[in-house]
Design a protein around this ligand. Structure first.
Ligand code: ATP
Length: 232
């Protein structure tokens, strides 16, 4: 079943068209990796889906409902959650306070504060730590936990591993891939090997357009790299 459908979605920054007329379907339950060079339009696309950036054209449908004109908080209520680039936690607030804010706006679903602390045991030990005092990996886990608490049907994560140590990246992916009640996932991942490892499908963006879309089992790393650099 199609969960998210983009129909000729365009996103602009002033005069620059970052994403021209993108059409894309995401099926319920799939893990999709979005890759592409700096400036390819990955963040703009995620932010447009989440309602953090306006669509300049086209339609965004979530489970058949047109959400193109809905503000971000309504999209959260309908099951879309974004872990933005840079995490955007409240730095002066503790882990518990950051999570409590999300829990207040949660949809009905499997994720509760108790479940989050049972799953993210590291965070249980850091409950009273300010977000600004966490390591990058701990911040990323907190941001993912915060998004899960809204009980999303589709979880969008921008730059999963950017700025994290290899150990932290392993920890984040270990958590993501072993979650019970895992939502449908759209991940932006700079590390191609990692993207091909965790996702069922990979999409490579080049200047806002889909240069390649394939099941990860059907493409080689070399083919994705060629698409990345516009060589195919
Ligand atoms: P990165 O990996 O660097 O975040 P990206 O693939 O996420 O890259 P975007 O950040 O979506 O790409 O950028 C797409 C295009 O839009 C780029 O040409 C970028 O310079 C431009 N752009 C992004 N944000 C803005 C902004 N706030 N104002 C103007 N132009 C922007």
């Amino acid at each position: 079943m199609t969960l998210l459908s983009l129909e000729s979605v365009t996103a602009r920054h002033g005069l620059l068209t970052a994403v021209p007329e993108m059409s894309l379907k995401i099926a319920e339950g799939e893990t999709l990796a979005l890759v592409g060079a700096n400036g390819a339009g990955k963040s703009t696309l995620l932010r447009t889906i989440a309602g953090a950036h306006p669509a300049a054209g086209g339609r965004i449908l979530l489970d058949g409902t047109d959400i193109t004109a809905r503000p971000a908080h309504e999209r959260v209520a309908l099951g879309l959650a974004l872990v933005p680039e840079g995490r955007r936690l409240f730095p002066g607030m503790t882990v518990a306070e950051n999570l409590a804010v999300a829990a207040r706006r949660a949809r009905e679903g499997p994720w509760s504060l108790t479940r989050v602390y049972d799953t993210f045991t590291v965070l249980a030990g850091l409950r009273d730590r300010r977000a600004s005092e966490l390591s990058g990996g701990q911040q990323q886990l907190t941001a993912i936990a915060r998004a899960l608490l809204t009980n999303p049907r589709l979880l969008l994560i921008d730059e999963v591993s950017l700025g994290l140590s290899p150990v932290a990246v392993d920890a984040v992916y270990e958590t993501l891939t072993t979650l019970d009640s895992r939502p449908t996932l759209l991940l932006v991942e700079q590390d191609l090997s990692r993207a091909l490892d965790v996702a069922g499908r990979v999409i490579c963006l080049l200047e806002g357009r889909i240069a390649l879309s394939a099941a990860t089992g059907d493409v080689t790393r070399e083919q994705v790299t060629e698409a990345y650099f516009g060589l195919r």
